[in-house]
Design a binder for this molecule. Sequence first.
Ligand code: GAL
Length: 758
Amino acid sequence: METSLVSQFLKVYTFYLLMVVQLVFCIVTYDKKAIIINGQRRILLSGSIHYPRSTPEMWEDLINKAKDANLDVIETYVFWNVHEPSPGNYNFDGRYDLVRFIKTVQKAGLYAHLRIGPYVCAEWNFGGFPVWLKYVPGISFRTDNEPFKAAMQKFTNKIVEMMKSENLFESQGGPIILSQIENEYQPEREALGAAGEAYVQWAAQMAVGLNTGVPWVMCKEDDAPDPIINTCNGFYCDEFSPNKPYKPTMWTEAWTGWFAEFGGTIPMRPVQDLAFAVARFIQKGGSFVNYYMFHGGTNFGRTAGGPFITTSYDYDAPIDEYGLIREPKYSHLKEFHRVIKLCESALLSSDPTVVSLGNYQQAHVFSSGKGNCAAFLSNYDSNTAARVVFNNKHFNLPPWSISILPDCSHVAFNTAKVGARTSQVRMTPTVSQLHSWGAYSEDVFSLVDSSTFEAVGLLEQINITRDNSDYLWYITSVDISPSESFLRGGQKPTLNVYSSGHAVHVFVNGKLSGNDAYMHIIGRTASRKHFLYFLLWNSQFSGSSYGTRKDTKFTFTGPVDLQAGTNRIELLSIAVGLPNIGLHYEEWNTGILGPVVLQGLNQGHKDLSSLKWTYRVGLKGETMNLISQHGASSIEWIGGAVATQGQQPLKWYKAYFDAPEGNDPVALDMRSMGKGQVWINGQSIGRYWTASANGKCDDFHYAGTYRQTKCQLGCGQPTQKWYHVPRSWLKPTQNLLVLFEEIGGDVSRILLVKRTTS
Ligand code: GAL
């Protein structure tokens, strides 16, 4: 009896001692129910906003909008490749000012979750790794490899020290309550076996050893070693439980929508289903939910991962790419969060009692017996509404929905009953438009200059470009004998180019191969429904071919116009964003690795692969820095009406415009163009491509299990026609727009538009 009294006393004493320690030293800990901040368990609602995907001028507004939606935490990844563009040279300026971003979160009174990675996936170029990392001798990514671990530790430590020196961890009175190491490592660990296992152990110890005073998480890694918390990512996470009974149930990526890829549709996720998924997670005892993304934003420059991730990273998030509220998603979640908060003390002080209310209906009741009681009444039936009895009262539950009763008696919220109206988006042409056009040809003939080099055989693209440009020219010449029968009316020879990715434009003697046919098809694709159809035509009749995101390899096959004598074969190979996911993606090839074969000659076929090739990294216009005011004024542009006439490939264009009046977000409508990149006042808006979306746009019902192929928009339309031009990049007058068009487009029809919602 006495011993049990003593042990009782010790338990209570230890509990209160821990509480005091937590309060005094502001540490963040956890138990099986929740993250504990300053001694208090918390239900934490969080939203992802990635700082480089908007501008510092937008951050405060975005974060305040997240706060108004009753979020507690802002989550961001840390993007290594933008911070360390070359080994040891760091950049934390402008959009990359991580400290400013975290301080903006702090100023809003919110917490931060810093997902350092440094592997982040995130549809970001090379998954966040700097490309130079691939060239560290002996390196192998994300495994038990010394050079990799050394580099990862150095960067992680750099970020942690930077946060510490600004007192940004909660343990120092700052906003950061959580950090993440690695990202969704489980599939790699399973594939790598012992090396993967050793790496996970190492990563955990390394992170914990940095003594941040806040917990670390590993998402989608069931074997996350203690004390690291393993967390769930997905469209639903109610089946998830942590790997130890003393860890809280956390959902680090509740996908609010999905990303888009050029040539694909625009995925949407109905908010009724999203709220239903989150309510299901909370009723099972989940206490941390992060919406990925709460604001998706824009992949400016060449930051998009890939290949083929669009410049827009809108994600169908509650705050749209431009920073405007998306309804009804935003308000429905805001109300949902308000109601969840009303349940907080009941949710945190007890485990749910589950009562069956029907075949597909349940009640989850949270009651500590101390007066608080919250109930979640669920109907999993995706077709039929249900009338259930709970606490002697009748409740109607729409299909695929949960009603929340913060007092176990009155319904305060139902996930399927949406009050807010759908916002109508308008993209209105502004009064000010582009003027004073100039054009400049990226002349294929004069390509061989001092920045070219020669090599025998075909070389891997990224080994040559180091990703300093999307573009790499492969040029060779082939002698055609006057006795070739095709020169006397026979069938034209065919060129086959096998590429490892991601796109190629084929020129023969300076002319885009099959250019006439190509322009014809470009003009008609918008009205054609299927992108694949476009690709098929493209590869048969035109001078361009593309891989896909799933399979970057492709073959260009097309008839070519050759003449007697020496002919130049000029292949412009294009990387459209480096891979961000997949086992050892650092080893994947890009570019033309061959064979390159001419067929239909008198001798049959001729393999060009092991000839001497001339290589040129990037475009002439890039070398001349045409995107800047200085570079643009260093050359003679073709002006006047001729500048905008003729839709030729490989053209640089420039124009000027005044900033549109007011504060509405601004975009470029690029529907009349083909494929390329665009810059404003020297800042890259990103890659553009008006490839049409192929997919099914027919199932919009909110009920039933969601996946990213459901609820798609934009079939038959260009995947992305609008490109965000941040307001803060504009001067009142004389803004310089420069673009590079690869295949041909009509610049006279590019429009500046203002985005409004009502
Ligand atoms: C997750 C990954 C995120 C992001 C997401 C898809 O698996 O952790 O970084 O890529 O998928 O948007």
